[in-house]
Structure formats: C-alpha cells, structure tokens
Ligand binder design. Sequence first.
Ligand code: EPU
Length: 431
Amino acid sequence: MELERLITQLGKFKVLKISNCGEIKGEVSISGAKNSALPLLAASLLVEELTLENFPILLDTLYGLKILQNLGKEIILYPETNRVVIRGTVKGNKVDYQLAGLFRGSILFLGGLLGSMGKAQIAQPGGCPIGKRPIDLHLKFLQSLGCQIEQEGDFITVKLPPKPKRREFTFEKITVTGTENALLTLTALEGEFILKNVALEPEVLDLVSFLRKLGVKIEIFNRTFKIVVPRKKELKHSLTHQIIPDRIEAGTFLVLGALLGNPLKVKGLNVFHLKAVIEKLQKAGVRLKVKSPGEVEVYKSILRGDNYLETQPYPGFPTDMQAQFMVLYALAKGRSVIVEKIFENRFQHAHELKKMGAKIRIEGNKAFIEGVEKLKGASVKATDLRASAALVIAGAVAEGETTISNIHHLLRGYEKFDQKLASLGCRLKLF
Ligand code: EPU
C-alpha cells in the first residue's frame, strides 16, 4: 500500500517552475546512491532478508521495490529513516513488462533472478533516451556461461546451465550494469571465475562489498575480478547493507554551489568518489574547500573558460555529470569543449539551454560552448534524468522564471531535490 501511495505521490508531477535563487547560503545532505540501490535491490533476491540503509526514495527505486513485491518479496519501507527491509522467498521468475519498461535499472533483475532462481524472464529495459543502450554485452556474458537464451518480441528468457561452459569472460566495452549483472548471476554457480575489463564505478564496488558480506570472495586487480563462489548453503541468508552516498547528486549540488554558493556546504558525500568532478570544477576556477572526506564547501566563483572535458568510465569524468557541467561552462568566460564518449545521444539538454540564452554548438559527440554573462528564464523540456537536474540549476541561476516540463525524469533519480533546494531559499514548485 505504502509503495503505491509513494509512486502516485511522486509520479503525479509534470512540471517544475523555478525562479532565480539569488545567492545560496546553507547546507545540503546527500542521499544514498540510486545506481547502488538498484543492483542491491536485485541482490535482495539472493537472500531471505536484506535491510538497506541510506536507501534513496525516488521513482526508480520505488519501481524496483514494486518488481520485488510482484516477485513475492515482502517490502517494509521506513521513509523517515531511509531504511527498507526486503524479505521472504522469491515466488516467480518473470519481471513485470510495464515496470521493466519504466527504468534502465530493471535489467539488473535479470542477474538477480538468475543468481537466485537460475531462470529469468524480462522485457528490454526502459530508461533515459540518451542513446541506443543495447544489452548485447550482458547476453554475450550469459552465452559464455552456456545459458539458453530465447527472445520473443520484447521478452528474453534466460536459463542457467547446471555447470558453466566457460569460467573466464572479457567485456568488449566497459559496462556498469553489465558488470553488475555478471556478478549477480555468478552467485548461482560454484567455483572460480575471472571477469576482465569490468566497470569499477563506486556503485559496482558497493555491490562487490555486499557480495563479499554474502560470502563470495572477490579480488580486484587491473580491471579484473577474480571471483570464488562457495556452495550455496555457505552463503548468508540475512544481511544489512548501507548504501554509499550519491556522487552524482553531490556533484550536481557542487555545480549549483559554484554558481550561487555563499557558501553552499555539501554534506554526507564521499570526496574520493568525486575526484574527477572536483578537479574539473577547480580547473574552471571554482573555489571550494574540502572540509573532511564527507563535506565540501563551495563558493560562487568567477569562472574561467578554455575548459575541456571528456566523459569516461570511472575513475574518469562521469557522463552523469556532463549536462550539469554544460550549464557551468555556459556561464564561464570564453570557450569550452565537452566530448561525450559514453552515450551517443546525450546532448539533448543543449537545445533546451539554448532557449535560455546559452551559446552551444553540437558537432557529433562534441559540444562547443561560448560562455555568456547570464541565462534567461524560459519554458524548457527535461529530456532525461541528468538533463532535468541541469535545467533546474540553469533555472536557479537564470533571470526570471523557468518552467521545466517532463519533470518525472528528475523524480526518477533525485531524492527530495525540490525540498532540498527550497531549504536553501530557492523559490520553486512542482505541479
Ligand atoms: N553498451 C553496449 N552494450 C551493452 C551494454 C552497454 O554497447 O550490452 C554500451 C552503452 O550503449 C554505452 C556504454 O556501453 O555506450 C556504457 O553503458 P553502461 O552499460 O555502462 O551503462 P548502463 O549500465 O546502462 C549505468 C547507469 C547510468 C550511467 C552509465 C554510465 C545504472 C542503472 N545506470 O548505465 O546512469 O550513465 O552506467 O556510467 O546504473 C543515470 O543515473 O542517469 C544514468 C543514466
């Protein structure tokens, strides 16, 4: 009941209106990472009871909980303390078609179900329209194990073999959810496995630390995982896990602080996960103080142009921060260049920012940005999750009022973003 109520409550909003925020003085606390919570929800299928702490309550994680509920899990959610208990036996192996279509993270239930049931039926995942986003690498890994894979329309049915065909696999390209799905799947198969060219995003390593607590041995060296899975009965049945802070939410607030902070204190982050982001902020002339590994103070700064940014797998600069940096560079004196190397269609926000007065030219996967003095409020459309956050920042800085439609994207991935901004004195409203 609680789940439906929360989904309806968050899902009903269509538009956000925001006015110029002026200077911001205050502090903001960072929530748990959405992209850690999603693989951990899938991992809850591997145990009888999982308690997740620092659990972010947003649309994508609520959809994930709904999938688990449909698979027979009991969900006890404590929104006030950001805790969720997921317990009970898995009763099916098919992921609801409509729910899977709502968010990209649904593909992780493929690995979760294979790890727990040895069989999974799932539709192609939905999510942000930022590129082709195929799942061929997930399937190539499963084929290497000797899985039986059947595709009918949008549905894929995968069955694990009793014994794996191969015990070593190299990803042709680094994939975050592909690596996570491989880890989840392997928990069903005893013995040693080698995965090469894996993703090392902090969210992947959060899943690794959960799996180690479960009883799986995982060594990491040179983008390689050496995994030793014990017999099923040696794995733990009940676990508690604390989700890491959301580095993308933290980075989003750091950008906001760089434009308006007097100062803005961003608390509850992990500064080691934000190295590439902090480096690029400093290169752009942003004044910030790392007060502790969990707290950064950031000041409105005179921004330098001549910035060059290229998105890369971690520890490189995250694609999930590219849109927010485009706003920063749009207001930095001089020219800046952004090269998007992860997704081929992740510049849709540029078009919207241009409506607000930004000077941006797109050529393939490159954005050429000429800094302007100020942005002006306009009616814009959120084209994906991180684009929506970028537009909110732009609206907070722009003269006048900005109206952002398609705002469900923001609510899919940021917990209480509107409330956090309101607590900093921003005038904004969701409709
Ligand atoms: N790719 C393939 N084949 C595959 C899988 C991926 O070609 O089978 C390609 C993709 O098209 C892309 C690249 O590999 O060009 C990397 O994609 P990846 O698989 O790493 O992305 P993902 O796992 O689908 C996760 C995050 C994204 C984040 C990316 C990159 C989750 C649920 N999603 O997506 O987060 O942008 O990694 O870091 O973890 C967001 O939170 O806004 C978001 C989009």
